[in-house]
Ligand binder design. Structure first.
Ligand code: MLT
Length: 330
């Protein structure tokens, strides 16, 4: 993949000399979502842990709401070493390092606990090695965001028949595009940073993202209906530019990795404590939540059987999916 420079402004750490003679750095962290979501929670916990571990010598500046560019741009910039850190949805990393697509295959991960097992274990380590190899970015933490639910402004959707005719925005992610195609519609791939405006201006009717993201992004202002589907559990990694990481002394690298682990643990706990309340808040703010009919059976049947084989090659072979399923005891 060719990486192109998207920004002229420097996005990497500014370094300065402390009175003690030691170097101090302020690292920049792009956050795709608005404050209040799981990405923000991960980034703020990471900041707190990292700054404390480095004795306040090194700092992090957080830039929420896509201020440093679209999520795809931030991967691009981190890979070139012109951005330090980014927190973004894993589906927007997939175009740069296709093997992480195994996390987005529909109906593979079926609970938050499974998401944690996969990301914090052997498979998570393999995927990180792959992102370093493919895109020069290292995954140092994970936000656990809950299942992506379908929202739209037009009508309740409980069946695939209800979905037909709706214009649904999806990330620029081949697996998610193929999933909607298997469900019988041609979705509209669009950058995350453009999605709110597209919903507001009715360029598209709907999109999917977790409850917490829907609330953080204030989609309730432009969407009315939610369908409680569970086709993708949203995982949102914190990535660091491998060039930036490699330049750090051992103690700073250690602080980055430890802070990432602590922030991931925090994120999981926070999801458990928060998601139910947010779902209720969305209902109180006027959104209507429906379950998919018949336990989502027709969505599952069309998506898993039709979609998985198309991506065996890009995720690194069918055995990669088999390994994930085996790890999950299936
Ligand atoms: C997307 O839909 O592009 C992402 O999942 C949005 C996000 O980063 O929350």
């Amino acid at each position: 993949m060719t990486f192109q420079k998207a920004f002229a402004i420097p996005l990497v750490a500014a370094a300065s000399m402390l009175a003690t003679g030691a170097w101090a750095a302020t690292f920049k962290v792009a956050v795709g979502d608005a404050q209040g979501g799981t990405q923000w929670e991960l980034a703020t916990k990471f900041k707190q842990s990292f700054e404390q571990k480095t004795g306040g010598k090194h700092k992090l500046d957080l830039f929420p709401n896509g201020q440093l560019g679209s999520e795809e741009d931030t991967v691009n910039n981190a890979s070139m070493g012109t951005l330090d850190f980014s927190v973004l949805a894993v589906n927007n990393v997939t175009p740069f390092s296709p093997s992480v697509g195994v996390l987005t295959l529909p109906y593979v991960i079926q609970s938050a606990e499974e998401a944690k097992t996969i990301t914090m274990g052997e498979i998570g380590k393999e995927l990180t090695a792959n992102t370093v190899r493919d895109a020069n970015v290292r995954i140092v933490g994970w936000a656990y965001s809950g299942f992506r639910v379908l929202t739209n402004s037009k009508k309740p959707v409980r069946t695939l028949a209800d979905l037909q005719g709706l214009k649904i925005r999806v990330p620029k992610n081949e697996i998610m595009i193929a999933t909607y195609q298997a469900w019988g519609i041609n979705p509209t791939p669009m950058a995350w940073s453009e999605t709110f405006t597209a919903l507001q201006q009715r360029v598209v009717d709907g999109q999917d993202n977790p409850y917490i993201t829907v609330a953080a992004m204030k989609f309730n202002e432009v969407q009315k209906y939610i369908t409680n589907v569970r086709y993708v559990f949203s995982l949102e990694p914190m990535i660091v530019s491998e060039s930036v990481f490699k330049r750090q002394p051992a103690d700073v690298q250690k602080a980055i990795l430890e802070a990432g682990n602590e922030a991931s643990e925090h994120s999981y706990k926070w999801l458990m404590e928060t998601e139910d309340k947010i779902r209720k808040d969305l209902t109180a703010m006027g959104m209507q939540i429906d379950d998919a009919a018949n336990g989502e059976k027709e969505f599952i049947a069309k998506a898993s059987t039709a979609v998985w084989p198309k991506f065996y090659q890009s995720i690194g072979g069918k055995d990669k999916l088999d390994k994930v399923l085996k790890t999950l005891g299936r």
